[in-house]
Design a protein around this ligand. Structure first.
Ligand code: NOJ
Length: 711
């Protein structure tokens, strides 16, 4: 860990689970024994396992909630409500006019993911509030209490005195009971989510993007985020008083936050709760709070790995723009297609394929064409060649934030891609200022925040258009993920944090070794990330003498397991993989779609070990990484099938490896293990370890196993 500066609907209740019934009873009793129930003072909902309890109260007509876990308060009384631009606030003078408790228990299957079967089990408290004045406006608050946290949202039904809704502020508070350690990145900054995480006390936080992760004194971890962010402004968190945080919605140019017409509802505000950091990682509450899949046919959606003309531009070896160094030329792209075909990778990305990159592309997004290739990129020929080789071209649309230009071309571009067999698209919104141009008849030309309601709508438009054309998306400079991939499974992955590319060019020395030990417990709680692990040539003095990857080669392998993405890039230059073909075998083997995920070790900012079982297969994969400290962790292999021997193929740091001095030294060895085995994981400073476990039949002999090979 670095030293951190201390700054800155109606449900169909399926009460299959006995605990769900208990919570339903608790919930109903709470309603029954509350005196003068409809004048309402205290309403409760309890998680199916009985550990979490949500309390709703009207305090002099003002809606509030609080949260406890096994009797210990996690969130003190916190306000709920919104203020409106042209109408009195919906924040007080309420009475509860109807309430319902229901429990739900179902298991659904993800077309792809960290886990195939997801259990959706919660108790819901639904409350209809009505203001006690002439307008008698109504607002519904819905709470869902899961074993792994709570979600709640506001609903504004259609009504005579509330037709159009302009929200000027959301008053939701998260009044944490303790001034815990908080892991956060700043909001309203020009690089969007691309900042190193800070660890401070809650009381020392600046306004932050969600998810923000909190570690309490008793070890319990919380993560505050939102689920199903659709047609609303992104929620950031603002520290207001001690450990009290308040929703801070990203505004429109006119200062209002959300424009809507009833019926309307907010995204879910979420508080995930785990006994330790690992339990946050294996919480699927954010997905559960999203609507089920809306795409009729998902057979075309396939997780996979892709190579591409990408890292070479970040290294400055070639250029996005036209000229003698142009990377996306037919010959070079064919070289990558051959590389992908030889190694069984699904796709090849070619950035800089289209007109518009010349000059300062970050400032000239209006010049991008999304259909016209540069002359030396023979689009039709490359699509044909890729198809012949069993590989798909991965499209690239860098918009530089010029979304007017992009939306004008969207339909034609996606139609073209579909006709060429381009089934995956990476999009980008690099913009070195905070604001994005919007033009409309009413307001003329205005500048909008990247994360406001206007842009949330734009990103959704791209998802919808892509689904129509059977295109999977990898969104760079995205809106933070909020679990929408459940509803739109073509929204595969995205960036939304500092990725590997910072190691190529950033002036601050790139991502420090602890960065990837923080991401699984922060950004990755929101959804998959296209981090682009797997750089083998960790130092590149001929291209970028002052930059390097602050990692060991074994750690780069481990990141394929630690950082989940259904589309994983194999980003380095083919020749750099050829130089380490034995280690490359892990990159070829590792899947990006899983049946199950478990966290064996996790300390935010220090280390993490994750194991995952391949989708519809028998093999398990382990990734373990550390910060700048070397350490030995013990992995208990109890996740393996009992009474089954496995061959463990281990890719570890060599004994003298060190991210600073000997980053490329690794050892590959094999041993026989089973569920009883306790394996030491020796991690070098800044290092890691990757392991593949494959079942072996009793007849197979371990003597076939490789001897350690030291590099
Ligand atoms: C930033 C993206 O994160 C990166 O992957 C891409 O290469 C550049 N933008 C250019 O689009």
């Amino acid at each position: 860990m670095r030293q951190h500066a201390l700054a800155h609907n109606d449900l169909s209740p399926l009460n299959r689970h006995p605990m769900s019934r208990i919570s339903l009873v608790v919930c109903l009793l709470g309603l029954l024994f509350a005196p003068q129930r409809l004048l309402a003072r205290d309403y409760q909902a309890v998680s199916p396992d009985g550990q979490l309890q949500l309390d709703f109260k009207l305090e002099d007509g003002m809606p509030t909630y609080s949260l406890t876990r096994n009797g210990a308060t996690l969130v003190n009384t916190s306000r709920l409500g919104v203020t409106l631009a042209d109408a009195p606030a919906l924040d007080g003078n309420f009475r509860v006019v109807a309430s319902r408790c229901t429990c739900y228990d179902d298991t659904w299957t993800q077309p792809w993911g960290e886990r195939k079967k997801v259990r959706n089990n919660y108790c819901q408290l639904w409350l209809k509030l009505r203001q006690q004045d002439n307008l008698a406006r109504e607002m519904i608050v819905v709470f869902r209490v899961f074993n792994d946290g709570i979600g709640f949202r506001y609903e504004w039904p259609q009504q005579r005195n509330l037709k159009n809704l302009v929200i000027s502020d959301e008053l939701t508070e998260f009044n944490l009971a303790e001034d815990s350690a908080a892991w956060w990145i700043p909001a309203y900054e020009p690089e969007r989510y691309e900042y190193l995480y800070d660890e401070t006390k809650v009381s020392e936080m600046g306004t932050a993007h969600t998810p923000v992760t909190f570690v309490r004194e008793d070890g319990v971890c919380l993560s505050v985020h939102e689920a199903a962010l659709v047609n609303f402004a992104s929620m950031t968190l603002e520290q207001t008083d001690g450990a009290k945080l308040k929703a801070n919605l990203v505004p429109w140019a006119d200062g209002t936050k959300v424009k809507a017409a009833t019926p309307f509802h907010s995204p879910w505000r979420t508080i995930q709760v785990g006994a330790n950091p690992g339990e946050l990682v294996t919480s699927y509450m954010i997905l559960n709070l999203n609507e089920p899949n809306k795409l009729e046919d998902t057979s075309w959606i396939k997780p996979g790995k892709f190579a591409g003309v990408w890292w070479e531009m970040h290294l400055n070896k070639s250029t996005w723009g036209s000229g003698p160094q142009h990377g996306a030329n037919t010959e070079n792209v064919k070289r990558y297609i051959d590389f992908a075909a030889e190694n069984g990778f699904a796709g090849v990305l070619a950035e800089g394929w289209n007109e518009g990159w010349d000059g300062d592309w970050t400032a000239n997004g209006d010049k991008f064409s999304f259909t016209k290739p540069y002359a030396d990129f023979e689009l039709n020929e490359l699509a044909r060649y890729a198809k012949e080789k069993g590989v798909a071209l991965v499209g690239h649309n860098e918009t530089a934030g010029s979304i007017i230009n992009y939306e004008d071309q969207l339909a034609d571009a996606f139609k073209l891609y579909e006709s060429l067999g381009i089934n995956t698209l990476k999009t980008g919104y690099v913009k070195l200022e905070k604001l994005i141009k919007r033009v409309d008849q009413k307001d003329g030309e205005t500048m909008e925040y990247h994360h406001g309601q206007h842009m949330v709508r734009h990103y959704q438009k791209v998802v919808d258009e892509a689904a129509k054309r059977h295109i999977m998306l990898d969104v760079h400079e995205p809106i933070k993920p909020t679990g929408l991939q459940r509803t739109y499974p073509n929204l595969m992955t995205g960036e939304g944090a500092r990725g590997q590319e910072y190691n190529a060019w950033s002036a601050d020395g790139g991502n420090p070794p602890d960065h990837t030990t923080i991401l699984p417990f922060t950004r990755l709680l929101a959804g998959p990330m296209d981090f682009t692990p797997g750089i083998f040539d960790l130092e590149y003095p001929e291209f970028r003498p002052t930059n390097r990857v602050n990692s060991t080669l074994a750690k780069e392998l481990a990141l394929y397991v630690v950082i989940y993405s259904p589309l994983q890039m194999v980003p380095d230059l083919p020749e750099n993989y050829a130089a380490h073909s034995d280690a490359f075998e892990f990159v070829r083997d590792v899947p990006c779609d899983w049946d199950e995920t478990r966290v064996l070790h996790g300390k935010i900012g220090d280390y993490v070990t994750i194991v995952r079982k391949e989708r519809d297969g028998q093999d398990w994969y382990l990734g373990s990484i550390t910060d700048e400290e070397p350490r030995t962790l013990e992995a208990r292999l109890t996740f393996l099938k009992p009474n089954q021997k496995y061959l463990a193929t281990i890719y570890r740091d060599a004994d003298d490896a060190d991210w600073k001095t000997e980053p490329s030294k690794y050892v590959i060895e094999q041993r026989e293990v089973d569920a009883q085995t306790v394996m030491p994981l020796n991690l070098a400073a800044g290092g890691g370890q990757a392991i593949r476990f494959s079942p072996i039949s009793p007849a197979e002999e371990i003597k076939t196993a490789r001897k350690p090979a030291e590099r």
